[in-house]
Ligand binder design. Sequence first.
Ligand code: HEC
Ligand code: HEC
Length: 350
Amino acid sequence: MHLVLTSLLLGCAGSDPAPEPTPEPAPVEAPAPPTPPKYAALFGTLPEVMADDPATLTDAKIDLGRSLYYDPRLSKNHDISCNSCHQLDKYGVDGEPTSPGHKGARGDRNSPTSYNAALHIAQFWDGRAPDVEAQAKGPVLNPVEMAMPTADVVVEVLTSIPGYPPLFEAAFGDATITYDRMAEAIGAFERKLVTPGPFDAYLAGDSEALTDAEKAGLDLFVTTGCTTCHIGPGVGGSMYQKLGLVKPYETEDVGRSKATGKDADKYFFKVPSLRNIEKTGPYFHDGSIATLDEAVRLMGTHQLGKDLTDEQVQSIVTFLGALTGEIPTEYVAKPTLPESGPTTPKADPS
Ligand code: HEC
Ligand code: HEC
C-alpha cells in the first residue's frame, strides 16, 4: 500500500519512470437495475398536474375556477353548471348518451369526462378547441347547453354577484371580470383533475399493482393493436383517427371534418382516453354504445379488422378496469357559492 501511494505521488510530480497503473478495485456487486414494467414506454407517466408550468395554477385561480365550474348562474335558467354534465363525483360524466341542457335540449354528442381531459392534444370529440381554457368558453354560450346570450351578459352576471370580484382579484391581481379570465380560472381548476390508479402504480414499478388477469388483458390490449391509437399517459387523447378505419362504421357525425372543413378528416375523431372508461359509459361520440364489452368488440372489428372472441373482449375489459383511478374527493368538493346580489339577473326559463 505504501509503495503504491509513493509511486502515485511520484507520478503526480511528473517524474520517470511512469508508475505502474494501480489495479482497478474489485467491482462492487451492483444491485440489478429494476426491470421497467412491460410496455411502460408505450404509456409514459401520468403527471400530477396537467400543465407545462404548474406555477401559473395558483390556489386562488383554482378556487375561483372550482366555484365557476359549479355555478349554475353561468346558465340562462340558473339550472345548469359544468358539473351537471361533467359530474365530478361520477368520474366527470352524467351517464347519459347525450346530456340535457337548457330547456332539456340535447346536442348530438356524448359528454366526455372532464377528468384527465387537459392531457389531450385538444378538446372535444373533434378537437375543435386547443385546450381546456378555450373549451370552457363554448358551453356557456351554447344554446343547447347553458344558453347564455353573450359573453358580456356572463360578465355582467358575475360582476353582480358581490363575492366574485374579490375572487377574481385574488386570482388575477385586479378585480376586473372578463370572459377570458372566467375560462382561464376554470381551466386552471381542470388541470388538476387527475385520477391515478392501479395501472399507474404498475407503470411506476409495482408489479403487484395489477392482477394476473389484468396483466393478461394488458398483453392482449397491446398485441391486438389497441395501442396503435390508445397510447400515452391518457391511454388515448394523443391523436385523431378515423372511426371505421378498417371496416366502415355507420354514423351521421362526420367528426373532425366539421371542424377543419377538410374532406380528408371525415369520420376522424380524437382517440378518446380510456382512463376511468369502465365508469364513463355509454360510449362513442354519440353515446350509442351501452356497454364497454360492445365498445371493445366494435373497436376490434372496425378499427383493427379483428373479430375478438368473448373471452378476448372480457380479458381486455378486465384490463380496462385497472384504468379506474381515484377521484380527488377533497379537491373536487363543491364549494359554497357566493350569494347573488340585488342586481343579479333572475333565472330565465325562456
Ligand atoms: C349540457 C351539457 C354540458 C354542459 C353544461 C357542459 N358540457 Fe362540457 N361537454 C359536453 C359535451 C356534449 C361535450 C362534447 C361536445 C363535442 O365534442 O362536440 C363536452 C366537452 C367538454 C370537454 C372536452 C373533453 C374532451 O375529452 O374532449 C371539456 C373539458 C368540458 N366539456 C368541460 C366543460 C366545462 C368546463 C363546462 C362548464 C363551463 C362544461 N363542459 C359544460 C356537455 C356539456
Ligand atoms: C385506429 C385507431 C384505433 C384503434 C386501433 C382502436 N381504437 Fe378505440 N377508439 C378509436 C376512436 C377514433 C374512438 C372514438 C370513437 C367514436 O368517436 O365514436 C375510439 C373509442 C374507443 C372506446 C370508447 C371510448 C369512449 O369514451 O366512448 C373504447 C372503449 C375503445 N376505443 C377501446 C379500444 C380497444 C379495446 C381497442 C383494441 C381492441 C381499440 N379501442 C382500438 C380509435 C381506435
